[in-house]
Design a protein around this ligand. Structure first.
Ligand code: NAD
Length: 294
């Protein structure tokens, strides 16, 4: 089966390569040539537009930064819908606003094109291993058609509800991750400035109730002062903005999320928006004038 893949950044590149490894033929496109070149070198066919990708395939996966990028790549000139035929399936794996997923799916439906929203969690390491958690929204029969493909990129593939439900679930995920990193940062800076080696704190607590996937993924980055992304703060700002907007629309106040959002905004003003989100620690380090390094 030929699969299309649009968006070959930090996540899209390794995800596309896992589909190639699983034996699927791929046609790929990104507005930046470097990603296309890299995945073509691994065996994919390079296309010059999202439209061409859709013309040559029956299932088109998109992995783009945010709602406007998905709208441009799917609905815009030379986009997926211009090349798609009735029966084509779009699987948007980007993290976007649930409402935007519904809007794009409605436009696709006008052309007889089906869509799933299927954002992921796990970051670059799990994208490389093919062990992402994939949260899917859409029709059950379309999910059933795509599940085998998704399982080549993820260890867990869960249908969460109708279109948009994947991104709603992802917003919940992003709230939990952001608040965890902030709590971890606050705690490590306190412990370090109080005189205990923060690496010792990490090792001592990781097996207890405070232990978590977030702690194991992000504490080592803070302890070594390595804030290379990974998952950029600017992308997490985008996710929290989508969460806060959705919360306000449906009447769910998000006080803690808003507070971490402002921490991330302060880091952005400080020129750190391109850092990994483990860089939230740098906000606390600046307040305390103390770094939590091993
Ligand atoms: P990225 O910025 O590295 O990659 C996005 C790619 O999309 C870039 O290569 C860019 O050139 C391309 N692009 C943008 N507009 C395009 C268009 N109109 N047509 C074709 N290509 C276009 O971002 P990423 O880190 O790979 O993240 C992608 C999505 O996955 C985001 O929604 C992000 O929130 C989500 N996500 C990222 C991580 C992570 O750890 N990086 C983890 C989970 C989810």
């Amino acid at each position: 089966m030929k699969i299309g893949f649009v968006g070959l950044g930090i996540m899209g590149k390794p995800m596309a390569k896992n589909l190639l490894k699983a034996g699927y033929q791929l046609v790929v496109y990104d507005i930046v040539a470097a990603g296309v070149k890299d995945v073509a070198a691994a065996g994919a066919e390079a296309a010059t537009s999202a439209k061409e990708v859709a013309q040559k395939t029956d299932i088109v996966i998109t992995m783009l930064p945010n709602s406007p990028h998905v709208k441009a790549a799917v609905l815009g000139p030379n986009g997926v819908l211009e090349g798609a035929k009735p029966g084509t399936i779009i699987v948007d794996m980007s993290s976007i606003a649930p409402l935007a997923a519904k809007e794009v799916a409605a436009k696709a439906a006008e052309k007889g094109v089906e869509m799933l929203d299927a954002p992921v969690s796990g970051g670059e390491p799990k994208a490389i291993d093919g062990t992402l958690s994939i949260m899917v929204g859409g029709k059950k029969e379309i999910f059933d058609k795509c599940q085998a493909i998704l399982s080549k990129m993820g260890a867990s593939v869960v249908l969460c509800g109708e279109i948009g439900a994947g991104n709603t679930t992802k917003l919940a995920n992003q709230i939990i991750v952001a608040l965890n990193i902030a709590a971890m940062s606050e705690a490590l800076v306190l412990g370090a400035k109080a005189g205990v080696n923060p690496e010792t704190i990490y090792k001592a607590i990781r097996g207890g109730l405070a232990g978590s996937t977030v702690l194991d993924a992000k504490a080592p980055m803070v302890l070594s002062g390595n804030f290379k992304p990974g998952f950029r703060i600017e992308l997490h700002i985008k996710d929290l903005a989508n969460a806060i907007e959705t919360g306000h629309e449906i009447g769910v106040p998000l006080p803690l999320t808003s507070q971490v959002m402002e921490i991330m905004q302060a880091l952005k003003v400080d020129g750190k928006a391109g850092n990994d989100h483990s860089g939230i620690a740098q906000y606390y380090e600046k307040l305390a004038k103390f770094e939590a390094r091993k």
